[in-house]
Design a protein around this ligand. Structure first.
Ligand code: FAD
Length: 283
């Protein structure tokens, strides 16, 4: 395989790691890293919310171990493009022998040092775009590392001159306070926008981490039901959802419950999907 080669699901690229910063506190057993990669191939046009398929070295005779990671930010330069991934170091416990094993791709990425090269394919999926109309409302819902694309998106929204007139609302759920990632004191990314009159972020930490991760997120949406429903009904609102697939059905049910009745929800949900105003990246 050579860089530039067209693969089944996109083009093959080489990227070089520029920096890798741990964004969870050292005291936490959760390790999540913000990783910036650079590619010299300007044909790469990945956008926030899309994914890249990282080709980690394979095991047991397999050439590659390929895993998807969503792009949280993109910086287009004249000579290269930089993009950021937010990677959680995973491990799994083997049901048979009870031993803990490291996840292959996430550990490969988290162990990389600046200057190291990776191969990746992409971009894949649909981007989270900023609407042309500055008065459009944007509803963002993320769980755990699902917060990552919203950091880039919020930056893009408020980087445009002239301010943003529509309501921008971010609901972020986490199992523990340590997972609040960009929201914690050391990484005050979203805090940069708290003085924007149109931006509000709601952080929801589950009271029962192991059992019921999305419960706090659902409650937080329910507490703001009137505003959420008024946003959902506007004909130009965008809804962006990112995070573990397991959260999706419950979040969708909670959004449905903000509606006055089931028929109205069905109509609104249908319009959002049909007009491409509802996008999700789930894993
Ligand atoms: C659309 C999409 C977007 C994603 N975006 C992100 C992102 O932005 N950030 C992020 O951190 N992750 C993201 N992911 C998840 C990511 O793709 C990987 O799945 C994750 O990093 C784990 O991969 P791994 O290679 O480290 O683990 P693997 O080695 O693939 O292991 C992962 C899981 O496989 C199972 N497993 C594998 N082998 C065994 C075995 N022998 N016995 C029992 N169970 C086993 C376990 O359940 C384990 O938890 C995304 C996934 C998708 C689909």
């Amino acid at each position: 395989m050579v860089p530039g080669q067209e693969m089944e699901d996109g083009r093959l690229y080489t990227g070089t790691l520029v920096r890798s910063d741990r964004i969870t506190p050292n005291s936490s057993k959760e390790e999540v890293r913000n990783m910036v990669f650079r590619t010299q191939d300007l044909s790469f046009d990945g956008r926030t919310g899309q994914c890249v398929r990282v080709l980690a070295p394979g095991q047991f005779g397999n050439r590659h171990h390929a895993r998807l990671y969503s792009i949280s930010e993109v910086d287009d330069g004249q000579e290269h493009t930089e993009f950021t991934l937010c990677v959680r170091r995973c491990s799994y416990v083997d049901d048979f022998n009870g031993q803990e094993y490291p996840g292959i791709a996430s550990n490969y990425l988290c162990d990389l040092r600046p200057g190291a090269a990776i191969q990746f394919v992409g971009p894949l999926g649909y981007p989270f775009t900023v609407p042309d109309d500055r008065n459009a409302d944007i509803l963002m819902i993320g769980m755990g590392t699902g917060i990552a694309p919203f950091r880039g998106l919020v930056r893009e929204i408020y980087r445009r001159g002239g301010g943003w007139g529509g309501r921008v609302r971010l609901f972020h759920g986490a199992r523990t306070g340590l997972e609040m990632l960009y929201m914690n004191d050391e990484n005050q990314d979203f805090a940069l926008y708290y003085d924007q009159p149109t931006f509000k972020a709601f952080q929801a930490v589950s009271p029962r981490p192991a059992l019921d991760a999305p419960v706090a997120l659902e409650r937080s949406i329910a507490d703001n039901a009137a505003e959420v429903w008024s946003m959902l009904q506007k004909p130009d609102t965008r809804v962006y959802i990112a995070g573990p697939e397991a959260m999706f059905a419950r979040v969708e049910k909670t959004l449905a419950e903000t509606a006055d009745d089931a028929d109205q929800w069905t109509a609104v949900r249908h319009a959002l999907a049909a007009e491409g105003r509802w996008q999700s990246v789930l894993y």
